[in-house]
Design a protein around this ligand. Structure first.
Ligand SMILES: Cc1cc2nc3c(=O)[nH]c(=O)nc-3n(C[C@H](O)[C@H](O)[C@H](O)COP(=O)(O)OP(=O)(O)OC[C@H]3O[C@@H](n4cnc5c(N)ncnc54)[C@H](O)[C@@H]3O)c2cc1C
Length: 397
C-alpha cells in the first residue's frame, strides 16, 4: 500500500502574527497546538490597557467551531453571558416590537441557532491564557518590514525589530501589513456610526439601562438605528447609525473631541425620537465617528509563501455580527492549511486558504453592503423583515 508522506511546512519556521485581536490570538493558539514557533506582536501597551468594547456573539459554524478546535469550549462556557443573546427591538418611540426575553424558547450549546454572547475582553483573556507564556509581545506597533534573504525583518514604532519566516497580518481594519500583499483599498458603504461608551449606565441612564436589560437593544426606524449592548464590566456601548455622504466626516463641522457638540448634533438628528434615547447621549463622555468601510467584494492578489492576512485586515466589512466569527474561522482554516501536511509547499497552502477565506467573506460583504440602508436607515418594511428573521431563525432549533 502506498504511504502518503505528510509535509511539515512549519518545521524550523518562525511565524510573526501582527495584531492580537481575536483572529491573531486564535491563530497563535491553533498553531501552538501543532508545536509551531509563534509570536504575536500587539500594539496595545498591555493586556489591560484598553477596554475591548461590547459583547460579541459566537456562531455555531464559525466562532464556536474555532473555539472547540482550540480546546477552549469549557473556558468559553465559564465566561459567556447567559441571556445576553436575546434581542429587544424598539421603534423610535421606544415601543417594544420584539422582546426575546419574554419568549420561552431557550437554545443551548450544540444547537445551530444558539449564538452565545461574550464580553470581548473576556474572550481575549481566554485566548491569551491558552498561549505559552511570553507569546504576546505588547507595545509592538508594526510600522514596516523588509525581506532580508529568506526572512522578514519587522520594525515596530517603539524602535524594536524582530525577524520571522512567515508574517500573518491580523492587525484589523487599518492593517499596515496588508499593503505588503495588495494595494486594494477600502470603499465607503454609505453609512457611518457614532459610537459612545457609558461607564456607569445603572446610575447615568437608568431608564435606558433597564430597557437594554443585559441584552441587545436595537431601536430602528425613521432613517436611523440606535443599538445598545452591555459590556462585561457593567458599562454600555451604543451606536447611532445613519446614511451620510462620504465627505460628511470632514464637512459636518462637529468637533468630535468636544462631547457637547456631538450631543447637540445627536439630539437634533434624533429630534423625532423618544427623549429616553437622549439619556444615552447625555451619559456618554466621549464619542467616536466611524465611517463604515469595506474591501471590494472581488479581491485578488498573488499569493505568497511567507505572508498572508486574516480577519478585518483581509476582508473588512460593515458590522453584521460576523466579523469576530469570520476572524476566528479564518484562523482555523489557515492553521489547518499550514499544518495538515496535505500541501506540497507554503505557497500552495496559503493560496488554498486565501481562496476559501476570500470567497466566503465576499458573499457576506456583498449582502451587508447591499443591505446597508436596512441597518442605517431602515424602513418600516425592513424593520418587519429584521424581526421576522429573528423569529424564524430562532424557531428552527
Ligand atoms: C461598531 C462595531 C460593532 C461590531 N460588532 C460586532 C459583533 O457584534 N459581532 C462580530 O462578530 N463582529 C462585530 N464587529 C466586527 C469585529 O469587531 C471585527 O470584525 C473583528 O474584531 C475583527 O477581528 P480581527 O482579529 O481581524 O481584528 P481586530 O479585532 O481589529 O484586532 C486587531 C488587533 O491588532 C492590533 N493592531 C492594530 N494595528 C496594529 C499594528 N500596526 N501593529 C500591531 N498591532 C496592531 C489592534 O490593537 C487589535 O488588537 C463590529 C465592528 C464594529 C466597528
Amino acid at each position: 500500500m502506498e504511504t502518503i508522506q505528510k509535509i511539515n511546512l512549519l518545521k524550523d519556521k518562525k511565524i510573526a502574527v501582527i495584531g492580537g485581536g481575536p483572529g491573531g490570538l486564535m491563530l497563535a493558539r491553533l498553531l501552538q497546538m501543532k508545536h509551531a514557533d509563534v509570536q504575536v506582536y500587539e500594539r496595545d501597551y498591555s493586556q489591560a490597557s484598553r477596554v475591548q468594547g461590547a459583547i460579541v456573539d459566537l456562531h455555531y459554524e464559525s466562532g464556536l467551531k474555532a473555539m472547540a478546535a482550540a480546546g477552549l469550549m469549557e473556558a468559553f462556557k465559564a465566561g459567556y453571558i447567559p441571556g445576553a443573546d436575546r434581542y429587544r427591538v424598539l421603534d423610535p418611540q421606544a415601543n417594544i416590537l420584539l422582546d426575546e426575553g419574554e419568549q420561552a424558547t431557550e437554545a443551548k450549546f450544540g444547537e445551530e441557532s444558539f449564538r452565545p454572547e461574550i464580553d470581548r475582553g473576556v474572550l481575549r483573556d481566554i485566548l491569551i491564557a491558552s498561549l505559552l507564556p511570553g507569546t504576546v509581545v505588547w507595545d509592538s506597533q508594526f510600522s514596516a518590514m523588509e525581506q532580508e534573504g529568506e526572512l522578514w525583518k519587522i520594525h515596530f514604532r517603539n524602535g524594536n525589530t524582530a525577524t520571522a519566516d512567515i508574517v500573518i497580518g491580523s492587525d484589523g481594519y487599518r492593517s499596515q501589513v496588508r499593503g505588503y500583499l495588495t494595494d486594494i483599498t477600502p470603499l465607503y458603504s454609505g453609512a457611518m456610526i457614532i459610537q459612545g461608551e457609558i461607564e456607569d449606565p445603572e446610575l447615568a441612564c437608568q431608564e435606558m439601562h433597564s430597557l437594554v436589560n443585559q441584552a441587545n437593544l436595537m431601536a430602528m426606524g425613521a432613517g436611523a438605528t440606535i443599538a445598545a449592548q452591555p459590556r462585561g464590566d457593567g458599562g454600555l456601548t451604543f451606536y447611532a447609525a445613519s446614511l451620510y455622504p462620504e465627505n460628511w466626516a470632514a464637512a459636518n463641522g462637529i468637533d468630535f473631541s468636544r462631547p457637547e457638540e456631538v450631543r447637540t448634533y445627536l439630539k437634533e438628528h434624533f429630534a423625532a425620537w423618544n427623549p429616553v434615547f437622549f439619556t444615552l447621549f447625555e451619559a456618554c463622555r466621549g464619542f467616536i465617528l466611524r465611517p463604515l468601510n469595506y474591501f471590494p467584494f472581488e479581491q485578488e492578489w498573488e499569493s505568497r509563501d511567507n505572508l498572508t492576512l486574516l480577519g478585518d485586515a483581509a476582508h473588512l466589512m460593515p458590522p453584521n455580527g460576523e466579523g469576530v466569527n469570520l476572524a476566528l474561522l479564518d484562523a482555523l482554516d489557515l492553521s489547518e492549511c499550514l499544518t495538515s501536511g496535505g500541501f506540497g509547499d507554503l505557497k500552495q497552502a496559503i493560496s488554498v486558504y486565501e481562496k476559501i477565506m476570500l470567497e466566503r467573506s465576499a458573499e457576506l460583504c456583498r449582502e451587508t453592503v447591499e443591505g446597508i440602508a436596512d441597518f442605517a436607515a431602515p424602513s418600516d418594511e425592513s424593520v418587519r423583515e429584521f424581526i421576522k428573521m429573528f423569529t424564524v431563525d430562532r424557531s428552527l432549533s
